[in-house]
Design a protein around this ligand. Structure first.
Ligand SMILES: NC(=O)c1ccc[n+]([C@@H]2O[C@H](COP(=O)([O-])OP(=O)(O)OC[C@H]3O[C@@H](n4cnc5c(N)ncnc54)[C@H](O)[C@@H]3O)[C@@H](O)[C@H]2O)c1
Ligand SMILES: O=c1ccn([C@@H]2O[C@H](COP(=O)(O)OP(=O)(O)O[C@H]3O[C@H](CO)[C@H](O)[C@H](O)[C@H]3O)[C@@H](O)[C@H]2O)c(=O)[nH]1
Length: 338
């Protein structure tokens, strides 16, 4: 299949571009490099030994999208193109709503105009809100989000659901990601956050490489076995494999389906710290600090549906995630920057 990756130069998109290409699909990328760079795509090309067609354009730009659709006989779209920093979304809600909602609408409009019917969407566990207890099932009612970023995911799920109800040809797969970490085992592509990382693993690896002095563990007084928050960390290469299955699944059906992509196993912040130290044979400087506003104590998936429907389950363990995250960071201390 020919798959358009909107936001395909980013962290999850670049790994998915690699995996889809290796699975025999043809990948086309559109990205405005707002939070990424062309170098990521060039490295994917180097890893797969093939050129990947890519366009620098804003996914909100219908005319630019239409040109891409006309030049390529696209079968399926994966929509990764979004702003994703939770804290920033509280400060810049208008930018978040504008970018995330408009990219979705532009893709839907251009798909309709070009008779493209398969849509795979990067959603998030954040839509379960605080009301639902883990393990989280796709059948649970969506909850209340604690920040504009989360609401954009919530609303985009609704928009895509309504669009699929109105158009009997449309197939929409909403993938709810849990916490992606890790990198391709080559260490050539990985997560390259701008500025101070918000997420745990990039902060851990930047501390280990000496860019940050120490990691602050946000609270150790939660109602969990060691007092620190638990999450469902998933290797980005497993997540990428899940997209290959989702693209193939989308083509076999119509309507909306929701699928969690997680491992179903919760690990605490201290589990991550200790697994990282053990996997990489190093010591990580960390301190216990206060809780971070908006954090849930526990968030993990029930991952059964992905196995039943997609025939997919995560294969890589926490040691693999810690080793590959560090392999990327130590080989690229400044990310993609020279
Ligand atoms: N990483 C996570 O923890 C996580 C968890 C749940 C969901 N998601 C979602 O998955 C998707 C991919 O996440 P990621 O971690 O790879 O993020 P990322 O920032 O690395 O990738 C997103 C890509 O989209 C591009 N982009 C943003 N707006 C654009 C626009 N208007 N036009 C063209 N390109 C645009 C960025 O330049 C970037 O390359 C996002 O939608 C994110 O919200 C991520
Ligand atoms: O410097 C840090 C960074 C994080 N943490 C802790 O590590 C855990 C994971 O935090 P992340 O920020 O990496 O991930 P979150 O689970 O908070 O959020 C992520 O997963 C969510 C879905 O569950 C959303 O998709 C969100 O966009 C995405 O960033 C949390 O307990 C957090 O408090 C620290 O202790 N110190």
């Amino acid at each position: 299949m020919k798959v358009l990756l909107a936001g395909g130069a980013g962290y999850i998109g670049s790994h998915t571009a690699l995996t889809l290409t290796e699975a025999g699909h043809e990948v086309i990328i559109v990205d405005n490099y707002d939070n990424s760079c062309e170098e990521a795509i060039l490295r994917v090309e180097e890893l797969v030994g093939k050129k990947i067609k890519h366009y620098e354009a804003d996914v909100k730009d219908n005319a630019a999208l239409d040109k891409i659709f006309k030049e390529n006989d696209i079968d399926c779209v994966i929509h990764f193109a979004g702003l994703k920093a939770v804290g920033e979304s509280v400060v810049k809600p208008i930018e978040y709503y504008r970018n995330n909602i408009d990219t979705t609408l532009s893709l839907l409009e251009t798909m309709r105009a070009n008779d493209v019917h398969n849509f795979v969407f990067s959603s998030s566990a954040t839509v379960y809100g605080a009301e639902n207890d883990s393990p989280l099932y796709e059948t649970m009612k969506k909850g209340t989000c604690t920040n504009p970023y989360g609401w954009t995911k919530w609303m985009m799920e609704q928009i895509l659901t309504d669009a699929a109800h109105a158009d009997e040809n449309l197939s929409v797969v909403l993938l709810r990601y849990f916490n992606p970490i890790g990198a391709h085992e080559s260490g050539r592509i990985g997560e390259d956050p701008t500025g101070i990382p918000n997420n745990l693993m990039p902060y851990v690896t930047q501390t280990a490489v000496g860019i940050r002095d120490h990691l602050t563990v946000f609270g150790d007084d939660y109602d969990t076995p060691d007092g620190t928050c638990q999450r469902d960390y998933i290797h980005v290469m497993d997540l990428a494999d899940g997209h290959v299955k989702a693209v193939e699944y989308a083509a076999t059906r119509k309507g909306v389906d929701i699928i969690n992509l997680g491992t179903g196993t919760p690990y605490s912040v201290l589990d991550i710290v200790h697994a990282f130290e053990k996997a990489n044979n190093l010591k990580l400087k960390y301190e216990i600090g206060p809780r971070r506003a908006g954090d849930l104590a526990v968030c993990y998936s029930n991952a059964d549906k992905a196995k039943e429907v997609l025939g997919w389950e995560a294969k890589r363990n926490l040691e693999d995630m810690c080793r590959d995250s560090w392999n990327w960071q130590k080989n690229n201390p400044n990310g993609y920057k020279k």
